[in-house]
Design a protein. Sequence first.
Length: 445
Amino acid sequence: MTRKIRRVTQVACAMVAAALVAACGAGGRGHGGTSDADSSVGVTETSIKIGAHFPLTGVAAPGYSEIPSGHQAYYDFVNAAGGVNGRKIEYVVKDDGYNPTNTSNVAKELVLKDEIFGMVAGLGTPTHSAVVDFLNGEKVPDFFVSSGSLQWGDDPKSKPWTFGWQPDYESEGKIIGQYIAENHPGAKVGLFLQDDDFGTDGERGLRRYLDDQIVEVQRYTSGNTDVGPQMAALQSSGADFVVGFNTPSYTALTQLAAMRLNYKPTWFYSNVGSDPALVGGLLARFSKGAVKDGNTLLDGVLTTQYISGIDAPDDPWVKLWQKVWAEYGDGKPLTNYRIYGMAQAYTFVQALEAAGDNLTREGIVKALEKAGGGFEGPAYAKFRYSEDSHLGTSGMKIVELKSGVGQKKTDVLVTDTGEAKITRDGSHASDAPPANGIPKVDPVD
């Protein structure tokens, strides 16, 4: 390989330290002196105050800092139409810099000082893991964690106030594993995994279908920017098909390291690490311009999708997000991360409606358990919300990236954790938003 590519990779390793992205993972003082679980902290006749922690600055800010702006735009859209049951939504977002210690501090501020009604969409597996027990101990609704860790919903008895939103990593691994086993039965599969439950959950799902095909497993720790040894080990193992459960920065790093080694396997990245616009930008940035078009470099990469994004401008949900963003966005471009935030906000509005006018913390949790599995929305598959599961959406489709656009490879595939089978179910994918862009859910009795 040329010296130029070798220098590109060295530059990438140095620059990524400033742009690493980790995988995306109260009772308080109530009005009138109440502090029980059924309190209405953060709720008045005219407002609902909710909060979230996000990396607005620091190593994880690229991409993920855009999610709360999507939430805010959709809440502004709903507020302009009168709010929910006459209440306007106030979204208080605090910067944790993707540092779990900071997350603990800002979560306590939100709960004890700002007196939020609930946490909505707090981002990150390691960061939210630092506060999930606190939130549950204080009986604060903890909705739609921006991470696919199983711990947000597979055991509601241990974390009764917490709910996931996106597909869990084990289910995603199962769907990826089945696809490879059926369509590439002779492939020698290598795994590149983040060294936490993001990678562990994904590997568990993959091995249900690919155990006999896996020839090598390599892991990385966020912050270690040199992935050359891992790529070399995968190449030496003979792996001709590599599955990555990694974050966007490491997608860029693996691509650059593979270029240096002239290693050309088929690539399959989990949804977390495959946003074409962000990864393409990181490739150009890390390579200091040696990679001119990151989208082209990603041509042929396989990944999963569970909501439509900017590559589907004619999708009815994307048209709604375009309208909302044009009216209430911050003037910056619409991105998949902002769409993700608006989609989460849409689900939260549904939960508020299901809880009814007499809004309480306990009431909204019970309403989501009872009605959430039937929510319609932009996700391709149904949510799994019930008393027995707080896991999020249950399915996704597989696509191949071509010039930044996902080309369909499968129908929507639906499953659950463990032994649950994988089935095809595209019925939910045909949902379209209501004409006014605001959901209508009947209150739970």
